[in-house]
Ligand binder design. Structure first.
Ligand code: MN
Length: 399
């Protein structure tokens, strides 16, 4: 049986991988993993899971036991449904994990509002039949490649500070210290059809990969990650990374999965492939494609009206689902709908009016101005309380 672990366990505990061997594969990875609750949090809401050829890390969020359940269920769902060994199969396994969490949220009101990040790496086949490493990510857990002494972050963070950094509003240093750096812009368990990033990478003998929750890279900088990854077995490396994150403060749960390509093609000296940009895939099929070309001319108009009505309904539902924080005439406010409005469906004001945008810290002010998409009214309220608390904590004599 594949083992999934909610990580309330010691750093050195070993996860037993099942041996679901695929015949004829030449690429093989060795894995080491470790996790720790840290020094501040009461429970470990991270989860890690692996079977031969599939490796997953998830960082759950949500009150009560929600976070633990979300990350463990997401990892378990991935391990049980991943069978089509290509990049699209990996992405669809992530979607399946998302459905699992959403369904649980419906049947278990005590878990409502739970969500999780998830990153995964799998040995897979490319369209041309070559063996590749498929990577998928949603949220701010990370996948790094450590090859030829160089550490590269493969995944992009789906977080408020990462958005602000990409927009040139924050430097990497500011982002790393930002008090709101835990605000996610994408996660599993929030919406029916989330956008999942994915990559295909060339495996090369000796390359290492690191999958980790934010509890690791918020405590250790890239330079230190690279130094630790450079020495020892994968299990020793995993243990050392977690130990150091805890020694450096252990502010959050910390989970790492260290992989090494122990069988596979030699690295090509001349050019090690660069990490490509993410591909972001939606699974929504195009409306109305199925019956094209089979409609008699006489009924075409009726069909068109019907399809248009369906599109309007679907777009209306899409436009109205979701919540976001934005500016209502200079006040921080919560809206229902999509930030830009969509066709004639304008977002609806829900609440707000007691916190002025102008008083907020620069990056947060910009983020609110550009709107922050959230999963629920509760989440919006929590964030706004966070802004308010930051305001009260901040020194008032800043220039
Ligand atoms: Mn975390």
């Amino acid at each position: 049986m594949p083992r999934v672990r909610g990580c309330g366990c010691s750093a050195a505990e070993t996860v037993i991988a099942s041996r679901r061997m695929d015949r004829g594969r030449s690429v093989r990875l060795e894995a080491g993993t470790a996790s720790h609750t840290g020094l501040i949090r009461a429970s470990n809401q991270d989860s890690v899971g692996l079977v031969e050829g599939l490796y997953v890390v998830a960082d759950g969020m949500g009150g009560h036991r929600g976070g633990e359940v979300a990350s463990a269920e997401a990892v378990a769902a991935m391990l049980s449904v991943f069978d089509r060994r290509d990049r699209a199969g990996l992405v669809s396994a992530v979607r399946s994990a998302n459905r699992t969490i959403l369904e649980m949220t419906v049947t278990r009101p005590d878990l409502s509002g739970m969500g999780t990040t998830l990153c995964a790496l799998a040995v897979a086949n490319s369209a041309s039949g070559d063996e590749v490493l498929a990577v998928a990510n949603i949220g701010d857990s990370r996948v790094y490649r450590f090859a030829a002494g160089e550490l590269v972050q493969v995944s992009d963070d789906h977080s408020l500070v990462a958005d602000l950094m990409r927009a040139g509003e924050l430097t990497a240093e500011e982002a790393a210290r930002h008090p709101q750096r835990n605000i996610l812009t994408r996660a599993l368990g929030i919406e029916a059809d989330p956008v999942i990033d994915s990559w295909e990478l060339e495996p090369a003998l000796g390359d290492r990969y690191l999958l980790c929750s934010d509890g690791l890279f918020n405590e250790l900088d890239d330079g230190r990650l690279a130094e630790v990854l450079a020495a020892g077995s994968v299990q020793e490396t995993a243990d050392r990374l977690v130990d150091e994150a805890v020694e450096n403060g252990g502010h959050d749960n910390v989970t790492v999965l260290v992989l090494e390509v122990v069988a596979g093609p030699e690295a090509r000296e001349d050019r090690r492939s660069a990490v490509p940009a993410a591909r972001s895939e939606w699974s929504t099929p195009t409306l109305g494609e199925a019956d094209q070309g089979r409609v008699a001319f006489g009924t075409a108009l009726a069909m068109a009206v019907c399809v248009l009505a369906t599109v309007v309904l679907v777009v209306g539902l899409y436009a109205r689902q979701g919540w976001f924080i934005g500016s209502d005439d200079g006040d921080v406010a919560v809206f229902r709908g999509r930030p830009s409005g969509l066709l004639w469906f304008d977002p609806t004001f829900v609440e707000g009016g007691d916190l002025r945008l102008a008083g907020l810290d620069g990056p947060i002010r910009i983020a609110v101005y550009e709107t922050i998409v959230v999963g629920s009214l509760d989440e919006a309220r929590r964030l706004i309380e966070g802004f308010r608390a930051g305001l009260e904590a901040a020194p008032t004599d800043q220039a």
